[in-house]
Design a protein around this ligand. Sequence first.
Ligand code: KE4
Length: 428
Amino acid sequence: MSHEKSHAAFERAKRLMPGGVNSPARAFGAVGGEPIFFDRAEGAYLFDIDGNRYIDYVLSWGPMVLGHGHPKVVEAIGQAIPRGTSFGAPTEAENILAQLVIDAVPSVDKVRLVSSGTEATMSAIRLARGFTGRDVIVKFAGNYHGHVDSLLVAAGSSAATLSVPNSPGVTSGTSGDTLVLKYNDAEGLEAAFAEHGRHIAGVIVEPVAGNMGCVKASIDFRETLREVTREHGALLIFDEVMTGFRVAYGGAQELYGITPDLTTLGKILGGGLPMGAYGGRAEIMDCVLPAGEVFQAGTLSGNPLAAAAGIATLEVLRDTNPYEELERLSTRLAVGLEEAATAAGVPFSIGWFGAMMTFFFSTESVTDWDTASRCNTDRYARYFWGLIERGVYMPCSQYEALFLSTAHTDDNIDATIAAAHEVMADLE
Ligand code: KE4
């Protein structure tokens, strides 16, 4: 498989942009080699500039839950373009998208649309501080909430992949009000609130972690999150940028039966175009300017093209309810990968929740950052490149989740499992 054109493009890119990429998650830093440049995508497939085709399990890090180029999404964007790409003024499309979010997500009575997941989480923690009058925000090691200064502490995703979980440039003053706890540690959470509860404005958490690889939150942890925040007057923020509309139409909160105080959204919400959102109870959201005094703004917030793509995507998800089929395909993939690793005698564990999962090269069950960080990332790199050579595009890091879409087929799963058997057999 030739990557000559990708190599040439990357050589040029490195002269133009830091590391040749516009997000470190794409840099292949954890798997070695050079990133692949893509030309186009269709359904479950990516096509690189050297003409190679891959079954895509990254799906733009989650947004493409309907696959690439879904006709209803393409049509919606095509119809919006001639009417204008941005007005910097309200549009009815924002009303429609906001209503879809409010109807879908149990915790959301009012919502503010922004342009990325980072903007959503940054705004949500500012709002939690403004609403409570408190300073401290709790996050969990291995969770990633975008490149918000105060949350770039023990961060997951590419921060963990590239070993900068505590980024240079984040001052002690900025991160000083961030309390980092252990994911799935209900006792540690209770102890932290016993000591600091009156100072804690909010707790932000991935209700299903995807940024240390896919790690489920235990029932005890989830219930403790809701109990201690309510008891101490702190806001519970579910960061559903990844899980929203993916694990269920109403996100993890719909499945858990837990109603957070605020929810952040992104990725699928924009159908592949830049979109994020944060929402919650009206009494909290009405503290946001101009209804209230907590400032937040954005030139392209609720952009009409992104809103059109998001509306089309959510309407398809709402009307077709593909989650059982996504779960069936995910089950086949998980079982197939397990069989391939077992046949090859390769130690593994799987983190899996609906249409997102991670195949961990680990001898132990991964429940938090400590266990995730002990994975054999060299073995993951060999697994990644072995699958690339066989036309399968997995996340370029052990600390990411793979995703399925409604465009994936049983044939795609069969081909992936067959490739995995060949790759695992070569993993010493
Ligand atoms: P964005 O600012 O990248 O749109 O969203 C930040 C974010 C917030 N919360 C969660 C739970 C997230 O997973 C993310 C972003 N996810 C990473 C991949 N794990 C985006 C990929 C990248 O950084 O290029």
